[in-house]
Design a protein around this ligand. Structure first.
Ligand code: KE4
Length: 427
C-alpha cells in the first residue's frame, strides 16, 4: 500500500528539489511508483511516514553495517553534540580516527578525512596524478566512484540505472584522460597500458564491484592489476567506499591479500554521518597539502560529530570480529535461499555476492562484467521490486545496486524475505 504521506511529501518535493530527491537512485524512477519517505529506523527495520515498516536491505547504501541507530553510536554522537558541532580547527577525534584507521588497515600509513566517497576518490586521483606526474587514469566499466567529472565515464550505480554511461555537463577535456577497461579482463588493462605507455597515473577499481549489482573479482584479477601497476609505474587505488570495513576489518585489501597504494573509504567509517577518507602510502600522502603540492581541503572534513559516530562504529567492528562471521553467514543464507528458488523454479536468473553483499540478477549469467550485468531484464526486476516492497522488503530500487545485510538482520527476517521472493515467482 503506497504511503499517503509519502505521496504528499513527494508532490511537494518535486516542486523544490530536482526529481524530488537529493540523490537520483532514491527516485524509484526505474522501478516505478513513488519513493517511500522514511521517518525512522531501528536495527534492520525502516518505518515510513505512514507507519509502514520494511526489512531494510540498503542500510543507507552501506553505512548501517550494525543496523540503524545502534545505541552506542547514538550515545557517542549525543556526547559530542553537547561539546560542540563544528569548529573548523583541529580536534582530538580526528587524530583518534586517523590512528584507528591506520591501525586497522596495514596498507594505510596516512589518511585524510573528507565528507563523501566522491571527495575521497577525486582527492585520491589528484594525489596519484600529483605523485606520478602523469595524467591518464584507468577505471572499469560499471564501476562507480562518485560523481566527480573525471569518473563519470561508463559508470555504474545511478548512471547504469538510468542507462546513461556518462553525464551532461562534463566537458570532453575532463574525461579525455579517463580510460576504461573491462572488469575481470586483465588483457583490456594491459592493452591500455601499451597504448598509453608511461602516461597512466593510476588504476582505480572497486575490488568487489558493487555498483553494477555485485560482481566479484575472478581469481588472479586483482593480483594482475597490482603487477601491471608495478610494471608501469602506476598507482593502484582500491575504491573501498562500499567494501571498506564491510568485508572484514581490513576490507577487501585484507580479504584478498592485495596491497593497494591508495584506498578510498566512506559510508561505514561515518557510522551514518557524512564522511569519506583517502589514505595509503606515506610517500604518496605526503604529496597532499599542506605538506605537499596537491591541494585538497574541506570546511567540515574531520567534523567531530561525524568522527565520533565513525570511531564508535569502527571500534565495535574491531573489538567484535565475530560480527564479520555472522555477516557472512547472513549473506550466505540469503544467497543460498535465492539460488534454491531459482533452481526449484527453473528461473533464468543468477545470484552473485560475497560476505554481506548480494545481488539477484534477472539474467541467466554468469555475470562477471558490465556487459553481462547490462543484459538483465530491468522491467522484470521493477515488477519484482514493487511486489517485494509491498510485502515489506526494502530492496535497492535498481537492478544495479547491491543487497546489503547488517548485523541486525535476523535469520527469521531473511527467511521471510525469501518466502516473499518465492511467492512472487510462484505467481
Ligand atoms: P558518495 O559520494 O555517494 O558518498 O560515494 C560515492 C561512491 C564512491 N565509490 C563507491 C564504490 C560507491 O559505491 C559510491 C557511492 N555508492 C552509491 C550506492 N551505489 C551511493 C548511493 C547514491 O548515489 O545515492
Amino acid at each position: 500500500m503506497e504511503s499517503r504521506n509519502s505521496a504528499q511529501l513527494f508532490e511537494r518535493a518535486v516542486r523544490v528539489i530536482p526529481g524530488g530527491v537529493n540523490s537520483p537512485v532514491r527516485a524509484f524512477a526505474p522501478v516505478g511508483g513513488r519513493p517511500r519517505f522514511i521517518s525512522s529506523a531501528k536495527g534492520s527495520i525502516l518505518t515510513d511516514e505512514d507507519g509502514n515498516s520494511y526489512i531494510d536491505y540498503i542500510g543507507s547504501w552501506g553505512p548501517m553495517i550494525l543496523g540503524h541507530n545502534d545505541e552506542r553510536v547514538v550515545a557517542a554522537v549525543k556526547a559530542q553534540i553537547d561539546r560542540g558541532l563544528s569548529f573548523g580547527a583541529v580536534t582530538a577525534p580526528e587524530v583518534d580516527m586517523a590512528e584507528l584507521i591506520t591501525g586497522m588497515v596495514p596498507c594505510v600509513e596516512m589518511v585524510r578525512m573528507v565528507n563523501s566517497g566522491t571527495e575521497a576518490v577525486m582527492s585520491a586521483i589528484r594525489a596519484a596524478r600529483g605523485f606520478t606526474g602523469k595524467n591518464r587514469i584507468i577505471k572499469f566499466e560499471g564501476c562507480y566512484h562518485g560523481h566527480a567529472d573525471a569518473l563519470l565515464v561508463k559508470a555504474g550505480s545511478g548512471l547504469m540505472t538510468a542507462g546513461t554511461p556518462g553525464s551532461a555537463g562534463v566537458p570532453e577535456g575532463c574525461v579525455r584522460d579517463t580510460l576504461t577497461a573491462a572488469y575481470n579482463d586483465i588483457d583490456s588493462v594491459q592493452a591500455l597500458f601499451e597504448e598509453n605507455r608511461d602516461e597512466i597515473a593510476c588504476v582505480i577499481v572497486e575490488p568487489v564491484a558493487a555498483n553494477m549489482g555485485v560482481v566479484t573479482p575472478e581469481g588472479g584479477f586483482l593480483e594482475a592489476l597490482r603487477q601491471i601497476c608495478d610494471d608501469n609505474g602506476a598507482l593502484l587505488i582500491f575504491d573501498e567506499v562500499i567494501t571498506g570495513f564491510r568485508m572484514g576489518i581490513d576490507g577487501a585489501a585484507g580479504y584478498y591479500g592485495i596491497t593497494p597504494d591508495l584506498v578510498t573509504y566512506g559510508k561505514i567509517i561515518g557510522g551514518g554521518m557524512p564522511v569519506g577518507a583517502y589514505g595509503g602510502r606515506k610517500d604518496v600522502m605526503e604529496c597532499v597539502a599542506p605538506v605537499g603540492k596537491v591541494y585538497q581541503a574541506g570546511t567540515l572534513s574531520g567534523n567531530p560529530v561525524a568522527m565520533r559516530a565513525g570511531i564508535t562504529q569502527l571500534e565495535i567492528l574491531k573489538n567484535n570480529p565475530q560480527i564479520y562471521v555472522e555477516l557472512a553467514a547472513k549473506g550466505e543464507r540469503l544467497r543460498n535461499g535465492m539460488r534454491d528458488i531459482i533452481e526449484r523454479r527453473s528461473l533464468p536468473y543468477c545470484v552473485t555476492g560475497i560476505a554481506s553483499l548480494s545481488c539477484l540478477y534477472f539474467t541467466q549469467g554468469p555475470v562477471a562484467d558490465y556487459q553481462a550485468a547490462g543484459r538483465s531484464d530491468t522491467e522484470k526486476f521493477a515488477d519484482y521490486f514493487r511486489f517485494m516492497i509491498d510485502r515489506g522488503n526494502y530492496l535497492g530500487p535498481s537492478q544495479f545496486e547491491a543487497i546489503f545485510v547488517s548485523a541486525a538482520h535476523t535469520d527469521a527476517q531473511i527467511d521471510k524475505t525469501l518466502s516473499d521472493m518465492d511467492d512472487y515467482f510462484a505467481g
